[in-house]
Design a protein around this ligand. Structure first.
Ligand code: ZN
Length: 135
């Protein structure tokens, strides 16, 4: 019985030594390279509000329940816009107050934010036609 306990203890010590000896020395280098690659490749954004679509739950749904390729869950549900009456100006007003925070640019004024948001939105699918029509 004592012999068995000793064996178990010895085994644990060997295992511990093995695990700590096997820790990779520089685990972060590859991850840094990956992050750069992600920044270069363009992530899809919602074609209505410009929110980045990164997780499956970010995407809106089509009429048949499948995920929308173009729009986020806040803008698009069951194949329809959640606010179909919204104009590009409404969306600019909705996004501009948070834009400085989202873009990590605290010096941005609200007018600069509006101009920037309008520029971004007018390149998106939902607003392209509307913008041409109203201007
Ligand atoms: Zn959206």
């Amino acid at each position: 019985m004592i012999k068995k306990t000793l064996f178990v203890l010895l085994g644990a010590v060997i295992l511990l030594g093995f695990v700590s000896g096997c820790k990779p020395k520089e685990p972060d280098i590859e991850e840094v390279v990956d992050t750069t690659a992600v920044e270069i490749s363009e992530a899809p954004v919602c074609q209505s509000c410009a929110m980045p679509l990164t997780k499956p739950e970010d995407f809106g749904t089509m009429e048949d329940g499948s995920p929308s390729k173009d729009y986020c869950a806040k803008c698009y549900q069951d194949g329809k816009f959640t606010s179909p009456e919204m104009t590009i100006d409404d969306m600019v007003e909705a996004l501009a107050p948070n834009w400085a925070e989202w873009t990590e640019n605290p010096d941005l004024t609200i007018d600069e934010a509006r101009a920037e948001v309008h520029k971004v939105l007018s390149g998106l699918k939902r607003w392209k036609e509307q913008d041409i029509r109203t201007s």
